[in-house]
Design a binder for this molecule. Structure first.
Ligand SMILES: [Zn+2]
Length: 541
């Protein structure tokens, strides 16, 4: 996808030249004499604990390393240089990683040679002491210009890298939505300023010092800026702040591959060509999630221009499901880097062993019987929904009975027991709806009759249902007010239409918290143990 970016006009060059004249004599030859720089930006985002491949052999740091090493060798042979960046959210999503505070993930990223990453909202899922430890493990900088503790920034705002005599500035930015996605204790005393305001201040300074200016962000890509209740994302940033050559993004967890300037290809499949977004002269890229892809952007910098030559998303052992249900690998199999694999192996083993450590106890069995969770309110359904409601602060929560896969035993409860109950690694979505919309949604839920996987288990809701119709519904003891706004926590499966629920994915009130459902339940059990069965008697229906 060849395209040209005319960036540095005389007006922007002048301050740079003046600065250079005042400073100590530059060691590099003057710009006019420099050969153009071939710079390949490699990028990932929303790794979410996926240091190890999944059971289908997809992604994982060891195969990612093989791909990155191959590209590094190819680029070096052609006389080019590489910068490896990440858009944040290394934390949270896989129990073996979560239980080790993402130590294998950060240490693995060091081996891969990451140059910098943006700070994501999930970097605050753990207490500040864990984040401090992670910053030590990562020898590369965690960048964020808009997070303040008092008048001081908590992180390095930017770093300027030298490649082949050229300077490349990388600025970090973090979504303001972090404040509503993490436990208040973990961000006490911190202030998240508007990313665009920080960028508006810093970008002109960075332009004066560097040949290319990149923002590594964790703000989300909302096509054409249609962001609903979310804080502004990369498109809004690019439109508000002129002077960024590239935004390496994360948070919305999409392959950012565009059909038109305002329409993303939501049906993107691995192996297809990918046209990144471009807004106000700024390229915007994002490599889906979990290390499924390594994004590769090949630039040429020279003569005051930053030009994108080619762009692609390189799939990491991804498989696509065929019509007959079988899964087929996209492209040639990528071998895992043996040294990294053996470095990560002990972490995987320790992580799995920790799944057997008790996380809490209960005075009786929480009923997850397959027939009953699909036909009547149960203690386990109430427990799961209550955990989701409390963790997100939503007004009410609903879990589909089909998402409850086992009972929770009496006595000691391990993380493995929790994973048997919720094995799908679903995430918790919070929908902000008007009372009228909520009533419509509950109307759909009420149709999920006994025996269906969609049968709703609830918390924070009292309702009467007959013949698949809602006769009466109260939230927090009050009748639903059609004009008020309510927050509803559900899992991502039902949120996108699973089990026959309405597909809410493009509703402006849709926010995926990224919280893993089993981790939310584990946290509730750990905090409330010993659990008393009587406290979870269903009271909703
Ligand atoms: Zn995020």
């Amino acid at each position: 996808m060849p395209a040209t970016l005319h960036r540095r006009t005389l007006a922007t060059l002048l301050p740079a030249l003046l600065l250079a004249a005042c400073a100590t004599p530059p060691s590099a030859p003057p710009p006019a004499a420099r050969a153009p720089l071939q710079l390949t930006i490699l990028h990932t985002n929303d790794h979410h604990g996926r240091f190890w491949p999944n059971s289908d052999g997809e992604y994982g740091l060891a195969a990612r390393k093989t791909v990155i090493d191959r590209i590094r060798a190819e680029v070096a042979a052609a006389g080019g240089h590489v910068l490896l960046l990440d858009g944040g959210d290394v934390n949270t999503g896989v129990p073996e990683s979560d239980l080790l505070d993402a130590e294998p993930d950060f240490k693995g990223m060091v081996v891969l040679g990451y140059d910098a990453m943006a700070v994501g909202n999930h970097e605050f899922d753990k207490p500040p002491a864990v984040l401090a430890k992670q910053r030590q493990w990562a020898s590369f900088p965690l960048l964020s210009a808009n997070i303040y503790q008092g008048s001081q920034r908590l992180f390095e705002p930017f770093r300027i890298f030298e490649r082949g005599g050229y300077k490349i500035a990388v600025l970090g930015l973090t979504t303001e939505d972090t404040t509503r996605m993490v436990l208040p204790d973990h961000i006490r005393g911190l202030r998240f300023r508007k990313p665009a305001d920080e960028a508006a201040q810093l970008v002109p300074q960075l332009r004066a010092q560097a040949d290319m200016v990149i923002a590594a962000t964790h703000m989300g890509h909302f096509p054409d800026g249609r962001r609903g209740v979310n804080a502004p994302g990369d498109v809004e940033l690019a439109r508000a702040v002129t002077g960024l050559d590239l935004i390496v993004g994360g948070h919305s967890q999409n392959p950012v591959c565009m059909l038109t300037e305002s329409q993303r290809n939501e049906a993107y499949r691995p192996g297809q060509p990918c046209a990144p977004d471009r807004q106000n002269g700024t390229w915007i890229v994002q490599a889906h999630e979990w290390g499924k892809y390594v994004g590769r952007a090949d630039f040429v910098i020279g003569g005051g221009k930053v030009e994108l030559q080619t762009y692609q998303l390189v799939p990491i052992n991804l498989k696509v499901r065929q019509a007959d249900g079988s899964k087929v690998l996209v492209g040639e199999p990528i071998p895992e880097d043996a040294a990294l694999r053996s470095m990560l192996q002990p972490f995987q083993q320790v992580g799995q062993a920790r799944l057997l450590v008790p996380v809490g106890q209960a005075d009786g069995e929480f009923d997850g019987d397959r027939v009953r969770v699909r036909s009547q309110p149960t203690t386990l359904g109430t427990l799961i929904a209550r955990a989701m409601r409390e963790r997100t602060g939503a007004d009410l929560a609903v879990i589909n009975g089909g998402g409850v896969r086992d009972s929770l035993p009496a006595g000691q409860i391990t993380y493995r027991d929790v994973l048997k109950v919720q094995p799908f690694a679903n995430t918790v979505v919070v929908l902000t709806l008007t009372g009228a919309e909520l009533l419509d949604w509950l109307g759909a839920a009420a149709k999920m009759g006994p025996g269906s996987g969609g049968y709703p288990q609830t918390a924070g809701l009292q309702w009467r249902v007959a013949d698949g119709r809602v006769l009466e519904a109260r939230v927090g003891g009050q009748p639903i007010d059609a004009t008020r706004r309510y927050t509803l926590a559900i899992n991502n499966f039902t949120a996108i239409g699973g089990d026959g629920y309405p597909n809410m994915a493009s509703h402006p009130g849709y926010v995926n918290s990224g919280l893993n459902d089993a981790e939310v339940l584990r946290g509730h059990i750990a905090a409330r143990s010993p659990l008393k069965l009587a406290d979870y008697a269903p009271d909703g229906r």
